[in-house]
Design a protein around this ligand. Structure first.
Ligand code: SAJ
Length: 440
């Protein structure tokens, strides 16, 4: 059993702190936001993640998880603070810097210090170690300093924290092994040991691989639209090849990881990172493409009203950070559309465009614009929803809804990348009011 201080009680820190607490460690979870600390102390969890509330309560109830607004002396410190991106696409390491400075007065010889936050290559051995060394302790001789990137998928965090393989890279082999012993107390996946900068690269390469693959899928979708091929069918068939796995097109890439991390590699090595930067730009262009498509679809209606379904960056989570839905909505508004957005996971008070119910969003609307593929949207009562609308158009950017059902309810269905030449659409398939656009 160890005394562990976890700094940053967000999507990674809070689950990590509570898992450590339920595995017998004495944990102090620290957050600089007074509101987060107060809510947790009152047994309320500020993040929606399956199983998290139960796990946090179990930790607090056992007495092993304490929540505080500043660090305390411990055997191990784990830093899980955000590393956002600046408008110039450079990593903002202010929170990492502040966390390292915050633990500095509490450091003692032999302490393990883990940086879990995603950082550009060289950060742990460079800036991070420099700050720790200002404690008077040598990060190579007196402290055990490692980078161990978090790799869990929002929506499955608790499960993946335990079952995923883990990479640990220390400033010294001794530090790596000491960190391995701590993580082995709850990780069931394999633990791979390396050095700090390699561990940083591993994390960034994983998310970049996914970003580039999604960019390729998005580029294929645009090609499908140009050459008249349904990209979804084509991808499905291509993926039957034993060595091909193309991801899915969509309205863009969101979240605090995949839309951000590739830029950390570009920052570290801008010369070689041509493909990575180009993929990033491709994915960032998708919201604009969606807006163009919607505008074209509704060009005969002045001030069209759009019901945007989904604000979260991906299915079945409440996280709206870097969500492409927000960009699409802002641009639609900027081009004169009225937008009402509904997301069952997002508090409608969080954004002025959000409304509390699906009915509120679709009433009087000209187009349902599906932006996030939440499971709940697949089960809506389509005919009832159609009755509330002014014009029955569905634009599905995720190919996620049961289109036949929507067509049977009288909707003109358009899917991102489906390759349908709207000039050639059979007039009978197009409901009145949309015909002019579809055939224009
Ligand atoms: N997306 C697509 N098409 C796809 C898959 C995803 O457009 O085929 C979009 C999603 O809608 C979303 C974005 O990409 O907007 C990212 O979603 P995601 O599910 O791919 O990834 P994240 O950001 O939720 O989590 C990723 C994961 N990394 C990898 O899968 C390599 C997770 O394991 C990491 O821990 C997490 O980033 C992180 O924290 O870095």
């Amino acid at each position: 059993m160890k005394k562990v201080c976890v700094l940053g009680l967000g999507y990674i820190g809070l689950p990590t702190a509570s898992i450590l607490a339920t595995h017998g460690h004495q944990v102090i979870g620290v957050d600089v936001k007074a509101e987060v600390v107060d809510r947790l102390r009152n047994g309320d969890v500020h993040i929606q993640e399956p199983g998290l509330k139960t796990m946090v309560k179990a930790g607090i109830h056992s007495g092993n998880l304490l929540v505080a607004d500043k660090p305390a002396a411990a055997d191990a410190f784990i830093i899980t603070v955000p590393t956002p991106i600046e408008p110039d696409k450079k990593a903002n390491l202010d929170y990492v810097r502040a966390a390292a400075e915050a633990i500095r007065p509490y450091l003692q010889k032999g302490n393990l210090v883990v940086l879990e936050s995603t950082v550009p290559p060289g950060t742990t051995a460079g800036m991070f170690a420099d700050i720790l060394s200002q404690s008077g302790l040598d990060p190579y001789l007196d402290l055990q300093v490692v980078h161990s990137p978090e790799r869990v998928l929002p929506g499955r965090i608790l499960e993946e924290l335990v079952s995923n393989d883990r990479v640990i890279g220390g400033l010294t082999p001794e530090a790596t092994e000491i960190a391995r012993d701590l993580y082995a107390s709850f990780v069931q996946g394999e633990i791979f040991l390396t050095e700090a900068t390699t561990a940083e690269m591993v994390k960034l390469m994983e998310n970049t691989f996914r970003d580039v693959n999604i960019a390729l899928a998005n580029e294929f979708a645009l090609m499908g639209e140009s050459v008249g091929v349904n990209v979804w069918e084509a991808i499905q068939m291509a993926n039957r090849h034993p060595r091909v796995n193309i991801l899915s097109p969509g309205p863009g890439v969101g979240g605090h990881c995949i839309a951000v991390d590739p830029w950390f590699l570009v920052q570290a090595a801008p010369g070689p990172a041509q493909l990575i930067a180009s993929a990033r730009r491709m994915n960032d262009r998708m919201p604009e493409h969606v807006v163009d498509q919607v505008r074209a679809l509704l060009s005969h209606i002045s001030q069209p009203k759009i019901a945007a379904l989904g604000l979260a960056y991906k299915a079945d989570v409440d996280d709206i950070r870097e969500s492409p839905s927000l960009t699409v909505i802002r641009w639609l508004q900027a081009t004169g559309c009225q937008v009402a957005a509904y997301d069952p996971f997002v508090n409608p008070d969080a954004l002025n465009v959000a409304v509390p119910t699906l009915e509120d969003a679709v009433t009087g609307a000209d187009c349902v614009l599906l932006l996030t593929n939440h499971t709940a949207f697949k089960k809506v009562d389509v005919p009832a929803l159609g009755h509330l609308m002014r014009t029955k158009v569905l634009f599905d950017t995720r190919n996620s809804l049961p289109h036949t059902e929507w067509q049977e309810a009288g909707f003109f269905v358009y899917v991102l990348g489906d390759g349908v030449d709207r000039n050639l659409s059979a007039p009978s398939a197009v409901p009145e009011g949309v015909t002019a656009v579809a055939l224009a």
